[in-house]
Every structure is written in C-alpha cells, then in structure tokens.
Design a protein around this ligand. Structure first.
Ligand code: BG6
Length: 493
C-alpha cells in the first residue's frame, strides 16, 4: 500500500450527482482506498445526493457493484468494504425545488463543527443553484468547502458567471476547482523533475530548447457521453483545462515555495503570456481540428463519431492540434505543440522536451547519426521519464553513434500502489489545501486564450477534418508540425 498516510480531520462529504458516472467510477473507489488505508477517520460520513429516492439499502447495493467494477479484486477486502459501506448514506433531493434539503441538513447537522465537503458532480448549470440552496438551508459553515468539476463554463462569460455564483456563497479559499490531471503522480513529478534537480533548470529555456510537445491521446471514443461531448469538443474538454495546466507546469518560473498561491501565481503568468490565436490567418496556420470516422480500435471495427452520438451531422471536434507560444523572455520563439484526441491508436499522455542540436559536430561521417537530445515525460500509462542521449554504439567499426534512452520507469523504480488522482485531491480538499486546484483567475485566463480559437473556428465555418478511428488524426495535424521542420515524437525505444 501507499508509503505514507497523513491523517485528515473527520469530515462529512456530500456528493451531488452521487449516483452518477464520476461517483461510481472515481469518487467511491477512491474513497474506499483511502478508507482501506485507514486515512479516513472513524466518524466521517459520505452522503450521496441524487434526484430519486432509492433508499439506503438499494444505494449500498449500487456502491457494492461500483466497487466490484472499479476496484481490482485483490484490493477488495470484504471487511474494508463493509466498513466503508457503513459510512455511506443516500438522500434524495430536488436541486431546484425545496424537497429533500431539510433531510440533508438533518444528516449533517449532527456534526456542525466538522469539515464539510460539498462535491458538485453535476452539470455546471446547477453549481450556482446548489450553492444558493446550501446557503438558504444554513449548511455553509466556516469549515465548509465546495468542489466543482469541469467544465467550468463553455466560454469566458459563462465561466465568470459560475465563479460569481459560487463565489457569492463561498470564499475563494473554500472553493476547489478540480482538474484531476493535477492529482496524477506523474504530473506532480514534473515539479519534482524541474525543481528538485539542478540539472535541467539552466537548460530550461529558449537558448537550449527547440520546442515542446504535449500529447494526451485516448483510444476510446465518446463512451456514452455523447450528449455532453457534442456540446463541448476536444478543445473545451481537454485543452482548456488539463493540457493548459500541463503547459503551465512545464513553462512556469520556479515558484518561491509549493504554497497554493505561489504556484498558482506562476501558472497564471504563463496563461497570461500565451500569444493569442485570434486572427483568421493564425487560426488557419496554428490550429487543426478533426473528427473521427469509422475505423478500428484494438483490432476491432468501431463506428465513427456521428454514429456513436446518433446524429447526421456535427461540427464538434474530437481531435485538435494547436501551436501555442508563450510570449516571455524564457520561451520566446519556442513553440508548444499541443495535441489531443479520441480514437487515436493508443492511450498515451506525454510531455516531450526537444533540446537543440549540438552547435558543431566533430564526428565526420557519423555526424548524420546525431539526434538532438529529447526528454520525454510519460504521464500515462507506464509512467516514465526518458532522456534520449547520444552514445557510442559499442564494438569495432569506428565511431558509430546511437540514440539511446536513460529510462526511469515508475513500475521498476517504485513498487507501491500509489493513490489515484481523485484520492489525493479529495484528501487535499479535506485538509483545505488548494495548491493542486485551479484558482478563479486561472480558469478565466485559460478561457480568455481558448475563446478566440473557438470564435475563429466558428467564423471560418470549416467542418472539422475527418480522420479514421485508430489513426493519429487528420494529415493536416502532421503537416502543421512538419511545416516547421519538426515531427511528432514516436517512441524510439
Ligand atoms: C476528462 C474528459 O476530463 O478526462 C474525458 O472529460 C477524458 O473526455 C478524461 O476521457 C481523460 O482522463 P484520463 O485521466 O483518463 O487521462
């Protein structure tokens, strides 16, 4: 089990949308693991809220089924499962009406001085109404916190509206805007890599880095989330939040310390320094959007996006590539190529730091074999840090050079199971530590950069380019980087 468990205070966690997909797939399995590790103190309770009355017994059956589906059998200890189930309850309530709110209050009133976490795993339109009701029914105590899931709006204005509505009831320190990428071990390792080693920092700038690639590829399609996804698309679903957060961690200046504000101040500066992609010519040259058609995944035929969402037409992108530029002293002239999509050949997320070529080669004919150094941080799956270096190919035959990786594979180096992103982030909420959550101004700055791209796409009125499911997106995505004389990283070893 995980190496070190830092205890948290007793808490009550109320999950709105408590019978939904996120609760079943991530929140409940995550909480089970924390409880199994004895991190959740004795009296803490978890109360799921949903619209329909189902009764506690039926709800517990649902949770049992969720744990069976989403916790590996070897981690499901009967005694730990039963202990976890004893913490759970269910309350039916009508978010926009009055029914059920008194029952919810009664359920948490018994512990007025404990930490209370309200987790809103609902549609963002309900964030404001839920917060209002929590206030009206007197549930917002000084130790209350609210967690809101993405998408926080669909553009700058709607994000501001949500921030305002939630901020009307909760202080900024009580608001936890979750981006689960920030809870991933490998994402936090970007901080360790950059700031716990003296090796990289002197090279981490435009003098030594040619460009950066950030890829978050998925091989799944939209998986029954077509209703949400078709209103969102890859840019809103993945880039506005997860990918821009990764970019910030790669590009930010060293924060003074790991405190929430130091870290978020530095990320905000990066978001503000992003060069706007606004003019039509920039939208055309620096972005590509795609939508998958029928193809294959894992050797099986799979339908195209339109068939999956059961519509005849849609302008929604399931893939996009952007060429971002951070306009500051450190990064002037260094492009950040961002790429994400569904139904790509594999599930892989990685950050690639491409260093510049050596200034002069002493190797004569073998010079052609020299490849510029590359640092690849594999975020998932098979977390690893690989530094590609030129080495002498051993043996006779003169000086032959070979590009080989120094490979730090997590699975070989660290044996323990480590907590999933949601587990860690939920415990951070209970502790009141917002460092790995997005501040209001960050969310708004990210929308501020994304919005002109969305507008540009709309103005050009060009449908997304098609790509066959199981391929690396439309050919224009390859052309975009190749026009600059560069190529997408393909793992060489
Ligand atoms: C979510 C997106 O935020 O992240 C999904 O809404 C996406 O569309 C998911 O599939 C990817 O998360 P992970 O942790 O599997 O990379």
């Amino acid at each position: 089990m995980s190496a070190r468990i830092i205890p948290v205070e007793p808490f009550d966690l109320v999950v709105f949308g408590g019978t939904g997909d996120l609760a079943r797939r991530k929140l409940l399995p995550g909480l089970y693991h924390r409880d199994q590790d004895r991190q959740i103190p004795g009296t803490s309770r978890i109360i799921a809220v949903s619209r329909h009355e189902i009764g506690r017994g039926a709800y517990l059956d649902e949770v049992r089924a969720a744990l069976e589906a989403h916790v590996p059998a070897k981690e499901r200890e009967p005694e730990a499962v039963e202990r976890f189930l004893r913490r759970l309850d269910h309350v039916a309530l009508d978010i926009e009406g009055d029914a059920g709110w008194d029952q919810l209050r009664a359920a948490i009133e018994r512990t007025p001085n404990e930490v209370r976490v309200f987790y809103l795993a609902t549609s963002p339109d309900l964030f404001g109404p839920v917060c209002d009701r929590l206030q009206t029914f007197g549930m917002v105590t000084p130790k209350a916190r609210v967690v809101i899931e993405k998408p926080i709006g669909r553009d700058l204005e709607s994000a501001r509206r949500i921030n305002e509505a939630v901020g009307h009831v909760f202080e900024e320190e009580q608001i936890f805007r979750i981006d689960h990428y920030l809870g991933k071990e490998s994402v936090q390792n970007l901080l360790a890599l950059r700031f716990a080693n003296s090796l990289f920092e002197p090279l981490w700038n435009a003098h030594h880095i040619d460009h950066v690639q950030i890829t978050v590829a998925e091989n799944l399609g939209v998986e029954g989330r077509g209703g949400y996804y078709d209103r969102s698309g890859a840019l809103r679903d993945m880039v506005q939040n997860h990918i821009l957060q990764l970019l910030c961690l790669v590009a930010m200046e060293p924060p003074q310390e790991l405190g929430a504000d130091s870290l978020r101040d530095e990320k905000l500066k990066v978001l503000k320094a992003l060069n706007p992609i606004r003019r039509e010519a920039d939208v055309a040259a620096k972005t590509v959007r795609g939508q998958y058609t029928a193809g294959a995944a894992n050797g099986q035929a799979v339908p195209g996006y339109l068939d999956e969402i059961k519509r005849n037409a849609s302008q929604t992108e399931t893939f996009c590539v952007l060429k971002a530029e951070v306009d500051n002293w450190r990064w002037a002239g260094v492009p950040f190529y961002l790429r994400t999509g569904k139904r790509l050949p594999e599930r892989v997320s990685e950050v690639v730091i491409q260093f510049k070529a050596v200034p002069h080669s002493i190797f004569g004919d073998a010079s052609r074999q020299i490849v510029a150094n590359r640092l690849v941080v594999r975020l998932q799956p098979d977390e690893a840090v690989k530094l590609f270096l030129m080495s002498k190919d051993p043996g006779p035959g003169g000086m032959r050079l070979k590009n080989v990786p120094l490979n730090l594979a997590y699975s070989e180096t660290f044996q323990d199971r480590y907590p999933d992103a949601y587990e860690r982030l939920l415990m951070d909420v209970v502790r009141g530590n917002p460092a790995l959550f997005m501040r209001k101004d960050e969310v708004e700055a990210a929308w501020g950069w994304i919005e002109p791209i969305l507008e540009g796409w709309e103005a050009r009125a060009e449908p997304p380019r098609t790509y066959v499911a199981g391929s690396w997106g439309p050919s224009a995505a390859i052309a975009l980087i190749e026009r600059d004389g560069r190529t997408w990283h393909e793992d060489a070893a």
